[in-house]
Design a protein around this ligand. Structure first.
Ligand code: C2O
Ligand code: CU
Length: 501
């Protein structure tokens, strides 16, 4: 712990020298950067602004399908700067797809061809990555397989969608900046056996760090340690929006955590949630839970029966969660609200029992260990060169290598591999693998409570999570990284090269 405390103290001192005290001082009524007199115990994350509820549309915008064929979904996306109304009267210039936050929701059916005609009208290069969708490597939107799309340039992504689930899309260069500024959208793929539900909506969760005038806060080296956790929580691109709900029923919510760093521990007090799906689609059976934890990048599908009187407004909360750096001391926060309609409760369809089959993967042919590490760079150089500002900074690494200065891992197509992801640090890291879905073998030595397909998983501070993956179908170069985007862009990232044996 001594080492970590001295990193805090040194970083804090460096931040003051770099002039960030000004920002922190201006945040008194903006949630405030909390810290104790001992800089070594300083919390690296701000509190959350209290904002009034926001009437107005709750749902994300559906992308228009430009192709008449039933098997093809063709959408046009343009990345551009646009003013977005984050709260009544608060219009903020954001980086958007087609001018909306989140970007348009892409909807397809399993087996469809999805074609995205993309134009970059941003002032800098970008790409689109289809988080969780098992696409061919050339379509994965990472710099290892595609040159960045320059300002003014276009690129067409095209692939078949093999799995039903809730996915999302976002850039994969300078993601800590580009996603923070608003570049993300939902991607829903439906299969033939979707459970009966009264409604089916997507809720994309995010938070951003804003100044007193609601402009986006510039990156500060202080943000690297815990990731840029925001002081303004957004649900479907608005601060505290209200979802109109019919009472009763069995409502499906597809949650996506698109935040750079925030963990959402979601709950609707007074309600049980029926968890039916994770990143990689439906579970084998519905599970009744009180809450769901969503780490950055992760998704969860839940069903809920809306309780309460007509007109009642309910708070969907993110409960206190300790991922390190004082995050556990921040109080519960309201994420969004729902309002019961004035009508009588609608009938509740029988909740699904059996949902799908998830065959356990066979024993692994290959075992690897990936150690997640952090250190401090005293020279002022950032790991991948993306960091802005000068002065010392955090550097993150996997097995001692700071991406992009990291040797790729080599693997054989079709192999089953066990990866022990060892978190050597004092904070949690959300680990994400591209191109394949995996199953958990153990988390801190415990077998998982239920089978599930995942592509993003929490690795607790100073603990180890073991995942099992079959490297099927898609040879090529695949990224893996921490989904706290400030960590990924400062080196906690790597490449897996999968070749036909
Ligand atoms: Cu959602 Cu490599 O990312
Ligand atoms: Cu991390």
């Amino acid at each position: 712990m001594t080492r970590i405390r001295s990193i805090h103290a040194a970083l804090f001192a460096g931040a003051l020298l770099a002039g960030c005290s000004r920002d922190m001082g201006g945040m008194g009524d903006m949630g405030g950067m909390m810290m104790s007199p001992d800089a070594g115990d300083m919390m690296m994350v701000p509190g959350v602004m209290d904002v009034p509820p926001s009437e107005g549309p709750f749902e994300t915008v559906l992308a228009r399908d430009l192709d008449p064929s039933p098997d093809v979904v063709e959408v046009a996306l343009e990345a551009k700067v646009a003013d977005v109304e984050l709260a009544p009267g608060r219009r903020v210039p954001m980086w958007t797809y087609n001018g909306t936050l989140p970007g348009p929701r892409i909807e397809a059916r399993v087996g469809n061809t999805v074609r995205v005609r993309f134009k970059n009208s941003l002032p800098e290069a970008t790409t689109i990555h289809w988080h969780g969708v098992r696409v061919p490597a050339a379509m994965d939107g990472v710099p290892a397989v595609q040159s960045p799309i320059a300002p003014g340039a276009e690129f067409t992504y095209e692939f078949v969608v093999p799995d039903a689930s809730t996915f999302w899309y976002h850039p994969h260069i300078r993601s800590d900046e580009q996603v923070e500024r608003g570049l993300y959208g939902a991607f829903v793929v439906r299969g033939d056996n979707e459970p009966a539900a009264t409604s089916d909506r997507v809720v994309v969760l995010d938070d951003i760090l804003v100044n007193g005038d609601w402009t986006l806060s510039a990156f500060d080296p202080m943000h690297a340690m815990a990731g840029r956790q925001g002081n303004l929580i957004l649900a479907n691109g608005r601060a505290r929006p209200i979802a109109p709900m019919e009472r009763g029923g069995l409502h499906r919510f597809r949650f996506i955590n698109a935040a750079n760093a925030r963990y959402f521990r979601l709950a609707l007090p007074g309600h049980r949630l029926l968890l039916i799906g994770t990143d990689g689609g439906l579970l084998t059976a519905a599970r009744e839970v009180n809450e769901v934890l969503l780490v950055p990048g992760e998704r969860a599908d839940v069903l809920v029966v809306m309780q309460g009187d007509a007109g009642t407004v309910l708070d969907w909360k993110s409960l206190r969660y300790d991922r390190g750096h004082g995050t556990g001391e921040l109080p519960d926060a309201v994420v969004f609200q729902s309002r019961n309609g004035s009508g009588a409760p609608v009938s509740t369809p029988a909740p699904p029992t059996v949902l799908t089959n998830i065959a356990p993967l066979p024993a692994a042919d290959v075992r690897r260990e990936l150690r997640l590490e952090e250190s401090m760079n005293m020279s002022g150089e950032h790991g991948s060169g993306h960091g802005s500002g000068s002065g010392m900074g955090m550097v993150f690494s996997i097995n001692g290598q700071v991406y992009p200065n990291a040797a790729p891992l080599n693997a054989k197509l079709g192999a089953v591999e066990d990866w022990s992801i060892v978190n050597t640090t004092e904070m949690d890291h959300p680990f994400h693998l591209h191109g394949f879905r995996f199953q958990i073998v153990s988390g801190d030595g415990q077998a998982p409570e239920f089978p599930a397909w995942r592509d993003s998983i929490n690795v607790r501070a100073e603990k180890t999570t073991v995942i099992r993956v079959r490297l099927e179908d898609h040879p090529g170069v695949w990224m893996f990284h921490c989904h706290i985007l400030e960590h990924a862009e400062r080196g906690m990232m790597g490449e897996l090269r999968v070749v036909k044996p």
